[in-house]
Write a protein that binds this ligand. Structure first.
Ligand code: NAD
Length: 396
């Protein structure tokens, strides 16, 4: 019997939805590169339901309990008295979501004597100290591709939000009850013709560039691994060998790299100062790729015309986190990868990983980040080149 400890975000404060806004979600085929959708033996939920919060339980309870396993679900994740910390020493499996991360730093991994696998219901396992997981032989797996398109759509929306000045215009007419056209348009531009750059052309980065192409922009990118020439040609991409070389050439930047020892605090005052005055940054990757206060300073000085994203550090952020109030921001909570559509895919993928783990079967390579004491599968391709993992968030 295994003990599975799942840390999920709290239920809606307004109560669980009695009915959903739509009756169903579209059935989509395999992912754009041919990777197949999650394929557990069965699912015990209706796609389109809220699965990522505590009562949704990722649709796992029946399956686990019928097989004789124990499932503990909590949203209480921070501090030594949290349910997470109390249950952790006896857990075999931890499931967490990047939207409400249960930080598994080296100290917690040390306490988790039974832990064999940490599953990310979503993408991005930087809330786990990957180096500590490697040392302990703990497998780290995530549901690769489950929400990559969801995030690409969100980044596309945020780019338009910033460049067109959507949020202030919306506030003028709804919150402030005005009709102030001149105020609303005094920071509004067309995206067409702009230089748009993407850091990391992985699953999300490529999907975003495909969506950007019809807007008539000039596309630039950097990645550790250059894309095949056919893709560069198809999308009209200009490759820059480093982020430093990319950022001086663009008006809009969207960041899609994992948080690793190489990307941690990449954007500091010095790098931001090299960007064009009035550039925009969209960051749906990870907050710690930015130096928090350098972003605030760049917005205050006008070096950046806008910053949008959904990733924060820590999560949830304190009430006085400066990104809540900095000028010209279009921030949301961490939601881009947890649309109801995404939830059905990553809940099914989490079940597939659990079934494999519990049956002693091999987990698909594309889902593996760390296995057998080293980066593995997608982890070996997308995380640091030096074989180390993330800086290992310390939690709060
Ligand atoms: P992916 O593995 O397909 O792509 C990652 C890409 O980053 C790879 O092409 C890799 O070569 C590149 N890369 C790694 N280190 C780099 C570096 N130092 N410089 C340049 N490129 C680098 O992953 P994906 O599905 O595209 O997701 C990317 C990241 O987005 C995740 O790691 C996660 O942090 C974040 N994410 C956020 C959400 C959200 O809800 N906001 C959801 C999913 C993923």
């Amino acid at each position: 019997m295994a003990k599975v400890l799942a840390v999920l975000y709290p239920d809606p404060v307004d109560g669980y939805p009695p009915a959903y806004a739509r009756d169903s979600i579209p059935v989509v085929g395999d992912y754009p590169d041919g990777q197949t959708l999650p394929s557990p033996s069965a699912i015990d939920f209706t796609p389109g339901e809220l699965l990522g919060s505590v009562s949704g339980e990722l649709g796992l309870r029946r399956f686990l309990e019928e097989a004789g396993h124990e499932l503990v679900v909590t949203s209480d994740k921070d501090g030594p008295d949290s349910v997470f910390e109390k249950e952790l020493p006896t857990a075999d499996v931890v499931i967490s979501q990047p939207f409400w991360p249960a930080y598994l730093d080296a100290e917690r991994i040390e306490k988790a004597k039974n832990l064999k696998i940490a599953i990310t219901a979503g993408i991005g396992s930087d809330h786990v100290d990957l180096d500590a997981a490697m040392r302990r032989g703990i497998t780290v797996a995530e549901v690769t591709y489950s929400n990559s398109i969801s995030v690409a759509e969100h980044a596309m929306m945020l780019i338009l939000d910033l460049v067109r000045n959507f949020v202030p215009a919306h506030e003028w007419v709804t919150v402030r009850r005005g009709w102030n056209i001149a105020d609303a348009v005094s920071r509004s531009y067309d995206l067409e013709g702009m230089d748009v750059g993407v850091i990391a052309a992985g699953r999300i980065g490529i999907a975003l560039m495909r969506r950007l192409k019809p807007f008539g922009v000039h596309l630039h990118y950097t990645d550790k691994r250059r894309l095949p020439a056919e893709i560069e040609e198809e999308l009209g991409l200009t490759f820059h060998p480093t982020a430093q070389e990319l950022v001086t050439e663009i008006d809009v930047l969207s960041i899609h790299a994992p948080l690793t020892n190489e990307t941690y605090h990449l954007f500091d005052d010095d790098l931001l100062a090299t960007m064009r005055r009035g550039a925009y940054i969209v960051n749906t990757a990870r907050a710690e790729i930015m130096e928090r206060d350098a972003v605030v300073r760049a917005l205050q000085s006008g070096r950046l015309a806008g910053y949008a994203g959904d990733v924060w550090y820590p999560q949830p952020p304190s009430e006085d986190h400066p990104w809540r109030t900095m000028p010209n921001n279009a921030m949301t909570p961490h939601i881009s990868g947890t649309s109801l559509s995404a939830q059905s895919r990553y809940a099914a993928g989490t079940r597939e990983i659990l079934e494999n783990f519990l049956d002693g079967d091999r987990i698909r390579d594309e889902y593996l980040i760390v296995d057998g004491g080293a980066l593995a599968g997608t982890g070996a391709q997308s995380y640091s080149t030096d074989g180390t993992g993330s800086p290992g968030s310390s939690g709060n």
